[in-house]
Design a binder for this molecule. Sequence first.
Ligand code: GLP
Length: 242
Amino acid sequence: MHWIVCPDQKSQAQACAAIIAAQVLQKPTSVLGFATGSSPLRTYAELIELKKRGVVSFSQVRTFNLDEYVGLPCDHPQSYCKFMWDNLFAGMDMGKDQARLPNGMAADLEAECCDYERAIEDAGGIDLQLLGIGHDGHIAFNEPGTEFSRFTHIETLNELTIEANQRFFAKREDVPKHALSMGVGSIMRARRILMTAYGKDKAKIIREAFLGPVTPQLSASILQFHSDCTIVLDRDAASALA
Ligand code: GLP
């Protein structure tokens, strides 16, 4: 694993954006895996900045997102689809057909999971997958106890995740209980992984996930076995590592 510890959140986001931009400069047709949540937000703002300055173009990339809530259409304010268009895609030079998220509105969710996995394969696989980490160590929505071999699947969200995501919804009852999520198997197939986290509240889980034992109870821990994983942290998130 390669570690990059940045003095603050701004430089952390710039480091992540630079790694993604370099990937696209080297291979303009890159297949990029994106994540939602607060961790990648500043990275997306930096990427839009790089695009405005003419440093990077997304005109030929294809993107796949890690996950989507079941039951929220793309125009729902809390759908991950809307999050991505609001925070990244709309600011890049790319069209709707270049970006795909699992469709949490599909009539047959099982079939959607298979289609999604096949679409990633047909695109040639993910060149670079960006990841955040949940407070319980989950990546995408792979909750504690997940099987490492799983591909895209329907996940039942646990109480901690529902609680963490409640801040975005008016009431707890509004938080979806299920999501479609790439599995650990899908994520580990990506050729490169870029994991990012900031803030003191992530320090303990970063230590447990990357310096502790590899266990399905903490799905991010499997990244210790990925052959090309870069972890970009701010000083606070790295503070329990020493
Ligand atoms: C959600 C997402 C994850 C994300 C996690 C952490 O559960 N499904 O992909 O990494 O939240 O979010 P945040 O970056 O806001 O802490």
